[in-house]
Design a protein around this ligand. Structure first.
Ligand SMILES: *Cc1c(COP(=O)(O)O)cnc(C)c1O
Length: 414
């Protein structure tokens, strides 16, 4: 028997995926000034989006866009090379200093993406003979990073500091405790104060990826660690992304001098890649200042989250244990999540269904995200449609708990 040609086996694999309701499709979007900041045009149709990570509404802030345009005019479009060659401009450098000041760490180091920041951080600090202990619902990039580092990896029950302590016990080498600050698919927060205590007792380095917390929670938007009362010296590495609350693109790692310099020397995802365009750094400097300054955006977001949760509870929707702008609504199986998303889309509302393997089997959901640029009417409109979908209502069954933490692996795209 001959091996089937690759194209045939790929096509069969795709068909299987589609039959299971797991096929992922992109929609082509457009935006123009005639649309609201949370609206998009999709296939020529206007829709209101509840699935972007633009929590503070800065992605379309005219001041941020103007800074990007002005810098592109002054600098040109590209950085030309990696940070270690000609790519590290005064705009990048100033942004790093401002990010260090914002987070309270001695240094911050820019990366082109959050995915690369996590790869760079873990691979620079951890290696064979070391131990990485991490929350099983950590972001895919952290799960991939720990695997790639070559360290021994142990995962603990979601958000369970005691379980983390158990996993840290009894090995030589360096030890790392690694967690998301706000979990990307559930919107709940890591027990950071308890995890910092556990790390301290075990002599482990604490690494926190606060992609969804920075800009959004804590005093002045300083993130999950600040909100939990942690001092920068309790955290070895803090990862932040710039494409979410800060509305632009890129990421950074904050840490002390030795951590940042070690990453610069060793991280392949830092060394062997082109620096982001200087215009992106210039725009981010403006959005960072706005995010820190305009606390009304966070207050508004909190108000909208409260409004959403109150109405959703009244409508008997299955919510997660989240007070963040990430508000999962549980559907159960992948097909139910997909059908619910289609019904919303028909009503001009865009919410992404999140299916296995991104989340555990049986916990497919609609990942609703709120933004400071949504209006109260927007929230009410969303709730009205959600409340009309019977698949999303009723008691939580044991296998549809958003925060169950039973996922084998969330290492895949949404
Ligand atoms: C989005 C995200 C990343 C990846 O950041 P990008 O800049 O989009 O690559 C990393 N970690 C978490 C927790 C995220 O949510």
């Amino acid at each position: 028997m001959s091996t089937p040609p690759l194209a045939e086996t790929l096509a069969a694999g795709l068909e299987e995926r589609a039959a299971a309701g797991l096929y992922r499709r992109r929609r082509v979007t457009a935006w123009h000034a005639g649309l609201g900041p949370a609206e998009l045009e999709v296939d020529g149709r206007r829709c209101l989006a509840f699935c972007s990570n633009d929590y503070l509404g800065l992605a379309r802030d005219p001041r941020v866009g103007a800074a990007m345009a002005a810098a592109a005019k002054a600098w040109g479009a590209g950085s030309g090379a990696a940070h270690l060659v000609t790519g590290h401009t005064t705009e990048h450098h100033a942004l790093e200093e401002e990010l260090a000041a914002f987070t309270g760490f001695p240094r911050a180091l820019l990366f082109s993406t959050g995915y690369m920041a996590n790869l760079g951080l873990l691979c620079a600090l951890a290696g064979r003979g070391d131990l990485v202990v991490e929350d099983r619902l950590n972001h895919a990039s952290l799960l991939d990073a720990s695997r790639l580092s070559g360290a021994t990896v142990r995962r603990y029950r979601h958000a369970d500091a005691e379980a983390a302590a158990g996993r840290l016990a009894g090995t030589g080498g360096r030890r790392f405790l690694v967690t998301d600050g706000v979990f990307s698919m559930d919107g709940d927060r890591a027990p950071l104060a308890a995890l910092a205590r556990v790390a301290g007792e075990a002599g482990a380095a604490l690494l926190v990826d606060d992609a969804h917390g920075l800009g959004v929670i804590g005093p002045g938007g300083r993130g999950s660690c600040a909100a939990a009362g942690l001092e920068p010296n309790m955290i070895t590495g803090l990862v932040g992304t710039l494409g979410k609350a800060f509305g632009t693109f890129g990421a950074f790692v904050a840490g002390d001098e030795a951590v940042v310099e070690t990453i610069i020397q060793r991280a392949r995802s830092y060394i062997y890649t082109t620096a982001p365009p200087p215009a992106v750094a210039a725009a981010t400097r403006v959005s960072l200042a706005i995010a820190a300054e305009e606390s009304w955006r966070r207050e508004r977001l909190d108000m909208l989250v409260t409004r959403f949760r109150a109405s959703a509870e009244t409508a008997d929707l299955r919510l997660g244990a989240s007070t963040s702008p990430i508000q999962p609504v549980l559907a159960g199986d992948a097909r139910a999540a997909l059908d619910a998303a289609d019904a919303l889309f028909d009503a001009g509302l865009w919410v992404t269904p999140i299916r296995p393997p991104t989340v555990p089997a049986g916990s497919a959901r609609l990942r609703v995200t709120l933004s400071a640029v949504h209006t109260e009417d927007d929230i009410d409109r969303l709730l009205e449609v959600l409340a009309g979908l019977p698949a999303l209502r009723g008691a939580v069954s044991s296998d549809t708990n958003a925060n169950a933490g039973t996922a084998a692996d969330s290492g895949a795209v949404p």
